[in-house]
Write a protein that binds this ligand. Structure first.
Ligand code: PEP
Length: 254
């Protein structure tokens, strides 16, 4: 059975306790919108507070360490993330791959640590503009993903989602065409089926991320093989994030 669309807000390094009101408003509306699975990934400092506010939405982290514990100043282990109330973790976001030099091997090590701690995963991938212009986007993204994904996932428990986020579309207001998103998501689906088999590989939700807004969400979320959205800037207010969630509900009803 196909899973519900998954709409996830990535707050990045935004938010103090003053933003809990937005999380609460998102949660209360999500309770009426059961056709879509809604989640937020606030900064580590707010996970526990958002978790306490949330009655309906999922709460996750934006990263975790590959190590279980020890002398890693400033790092947060997957077990600590789970202990804070988070149920999932976003891994391999381009802002970590590029800004913190994270390799595919490190993303994979974090994915294994997160699974061992009982967390769900959203593994991100995406090409630069230069790679797309060179006609290499599909080869690059599937290669990056193949090297970042865990070797095996459990059939029943929806442990894995993938987010395709072209780097040139993140925070820029630019988006790929619906046709280009469909082409990339089909290539990712093929990889997932090769890796995990027909049943498990077909069940993984492939989210699109990159300048999703209430105004373009219906079009982007309607592209082939798109199972939801990973949303940055537009997830920071309940009004704009819920506009995207509503677009996803509308698509279900169409
Ligand atoms: C992101 O960084 O995950 C993202 C999709 O950002 P934005 O929606 O702001 O482009």
């Amino acid at each position: 059975m196909a899973l519900r669309p998954y709409v996830v807000g990535n707050w990045k390094m935004n938010g103090t306790r003053a933003m809990l009101a937005e999380a609460r408003a998102i949660d209360r509306s999500a309770q009426r919108l059961m056709k879509v699975e809604v989640a937020l990934a606030p900064p580590f400092t707010l996970i526990h507070a958002v978790h306490r506010e949330a009655e309906q939405i999922g709460v996750g982290a934006q990263d975790c360490s590959p190590s279980p514990d020890g002398a890693y100043t400033g790092d947060i282990s997957a077990a600590m993330v789970a202990d804070s109330g988070a149920k999932f973790v976003i891994l391999g976001h381009s802002e970590r791959r590029q800004g913190h030099g994270e390799s595919d091997a490190l993303v994979l090590a974090k994915a294994d640590a997160a699974l061992a701690a009982g967390l769900k995963l959203i593994v991100c991938c995406g090409e630069t503009e230069a790679t797309r212009d060179a006609g290499e986007a599909e080869r690059f993204v599937t290669g990056q993903l193949a090297a970042s994904l865990p070797a095996a996932i459990d059939a029943a428990d929806e442990r894995l989602s993938v987010a395709y986020e072209p780097i040139w579309a993140i925070g820029t207001g630019r988006t790929p065409t619906v046709a280009d998103i469909g082409t990339m998501h089909r290539a990712i689906r093929k990889l997932l089926v090769e890796r995990y088999g027909e049943e498990q590989g077909s069940a993984v939700r492939i989210l699109y991320g990159g300048s999703v807004k209430p105004e373009n969400a219906r079009e982007l979320l309607g592209a082939d093989e798109v199972g939801g959205a990973l949303v940055g800037g537009a997830s920071l207010t309940a009004e704009s994030f819920l506009g995207i969630v509503m677009a996803s509900v509308d698509l279900q009803d169409a």
